[in-house]
Design a protein around this ligand. Sequence first.
Ligand SMILES: Nc1nc2c(c(=O)[nH]1)N=C([C@H](O)[C@@H](O)CO)CN2
Length: 125
Amino acid sequence: MDFIFIEELRVRAWIGIYAREKAAPQMVELNLTFGVPDAAAEHDDIADTINYAEVIERIRSELAERHFNLIETLGEFVVKLLFDEFRAPWVKIRIAKMGVMKDVRRVGVFIQRGREGHSLPDTAG
Ligand SMILES: Nc1nc2c(c(=O)[nH]1)N=C([C@H](O)[C@@H](O)CO)CN2
């Protein structure tokens, strides 16, 4: 399996448990790694892989539309999007809020999971 990574993607999201966080969106930072079939490199064809530009566009548009209380729920939503819509066999994501806690640069969630029937590789950095 090959892996695509997207680093330090900044997305405006409706996230948080407090009233002020429900009144306005805030920037979250995503780091994603997901598996793609080796066939993509063999055939040199975008149709054989997961188009990372489409992944970024879909995440942006979904997170613009809904509110999540918990960063955990937002993380699970993104994992499900990658599994269900893009058929990613394996996903690792890290999603962080920035500057929401005093003296903390980033706080967030980390999820690493294989789609049903796909095992977790230990080589995906
Ligand atoms: N486990 C979590 N704890 C907290 C979350 C969260 O999403 N998961 N969120 C908040 C607030 O929204 C916070 O980020 C605002 O400062 C607090 N704890």
